[in-house]
Design a protein. Structure first.
Length: 391
């Protein structure tokens, strides 16, 4: 036991430090939301690119949210589907017909040597008009609040950065274990302040100046639209701004634990293959609380049990702070659902263990990635070097 005393003490200190820092960062996020933001001086035309692959149960709500955007400038949306057999086609075509001049639809055809989502994005990008100086990418499975497009564009149009990117707020649509776990894990990620030095793009809501990077070259032979954009931005020394009020609700339905594990592992595997340094930090962040809890149980002393109590108390403080953030950045119904999940006191302590399991599972499979029925072998520059059908 004497040999274990020093390592256990070190683990407990690291655990307490991380718990305190994460709590302070949640408070800081809430504080930053109150800062006044500069208004754009000009409002150039904007092209919104929306890759679509059905079925999407919430597509009707996405289209309604898109139509309700209050951005005061000129903007146009182009939906891109793989082919005419996509089940979303009738709904997309009805939206386009109802918005002449504001919306269009293209068929990208099957991808060869790149991800289908990227293929769709490139097809939509090909329709860009010379005057459309700013581009936006949106995922069709989010529920955009009316002010989301304006909030996403503001940093780019105000000159704060050439690229701005938000992050989803996963909202469980049911009480299933998998849905609740993923929602809690995502809330922890989404309520951390971002810094330009380590911010990542999220393709679900990203805006960028059209002249910032050559997207045709960046997306060629890519499977991840957002992380290859992140690599290109970092290589070019470009700032990626993170507007903290861009957290569109993203409904999540994952019935069981294995469904959640597969989903989380896939997300982390994409991160490992494209941003290994960020993956390593995520692995460390998940491992510390798990190792700290194990160390406390091994020690069994009063001080160790006190650390466990402090960690649980700080977890409840973070839940309250995240609830306050949700009420500021989400529509009322989504905020109510998110706050209900955040109060899941019995499940919340298991989130670090769940994340660690996802991360460890993401380390398997070498450089192969399965996505939407296809498999891709990804090279060290984030390029697809081999494709195949998922088994």
């Amino acid at each position: 036991m004497e040999m274990l005393a020093a390592p256990i003490a070190l683990l407990l200190v690291a655990w307490m430090a991380q718990a305190a820092a994460t709590t302070l960062l949640c408070w800081w996020y809430l504080h930053l939301l109150r800062r006044p933001q500069p208004a754009p001086a000009t409002l150039p035309p904007v092209l919104v690119l929306v890759p679509v692959r059905g079925p999407i149960p919430t597509l009707d709500a996405f289209l309604s949210g898109l139509a309700a955007q209050d951005h005061p400038g000129s903007w146009r949306v182009v939906f891109a589907l793989e082919g005419a057999d996509d089940p979303t086609l009738p709904m997309i075509d009805a939206f386009v017909a109802a918005k002449p001049g504001r919306a269009a639809r293209v068929l990208a055809g099957p991808a060869a040597g790149r991800g289908q989502k990227v293929q769709n994005l490139l097809a939509a990008l090909a329709t860009a008009r010379p005057e459309e100086a700013v581009l936006v990418t949106l995922d069709a499975d989010i529920l955009p609040p009316p002010g989301m497009l304006a909030a996403l564009l503001r940093p780019v149009l105000a000159g704060q950065a050439p690229i701005a990117s938000g992050y989803r707020w996963s909202v469980p649509v049911d009480a299933a274990l998998g849905s609740r776990l993923v929602a809690l894990a995502d809330a922890g990620i989404g309520t951390l302040p971002r810094h330009a030095a380590w911010n990542l793009c999220w393709g679900g809501a990203t805006a960028l100046r059209r002249d910032a990077v050559d997207l045709r070259a960046v997306w060629d032979r890519a499977v991840s639209d957002d992380l290859v954009l992140t690599r290109a931005a970092v290589a070019a020394g470009l700032t990626i701004y993170a507007p903290l009020d861009v957290r569109p609700p993203s409904p999540v339905h994952l019935p069981g634990l294995m469904d959640a594990l597969r989903f989380g592992a896939r997300q982390y595997r994409v991160l490992r293959l494209h941003a290994p340094r960020a993956f390593a930090w995520a692995l460390l962040a998940a491992a510390v609380p798990v190792a700290g809890a194990v160390a406390a149980a091994m020690a069994g002393t009063g001080a160790a049990m006190a650390c466990l109590g402090i960690a649980l108390a700080l977890q409840r403080v973070r839940a309250a702070l995240r609830g306050a953030i949700a009420r500021r950045v989400l529509p009322p119904d989504a905020a109510a659902a998110a706050c209900g999940g955040l109060r899941d006191a019995w499940l919340a302590p298991a989130v670090p263990l769940f994340q660690l399991a996802c991360l460890l599972r993401a380390g398997l499979g070498g450089r192969w990635l399965s996505w939407a029925g296809r498999r891709y072998r990804v090279g060290r520059e984030g390029r697809v070097i081999e494709t195949g059908r998922a088994s």
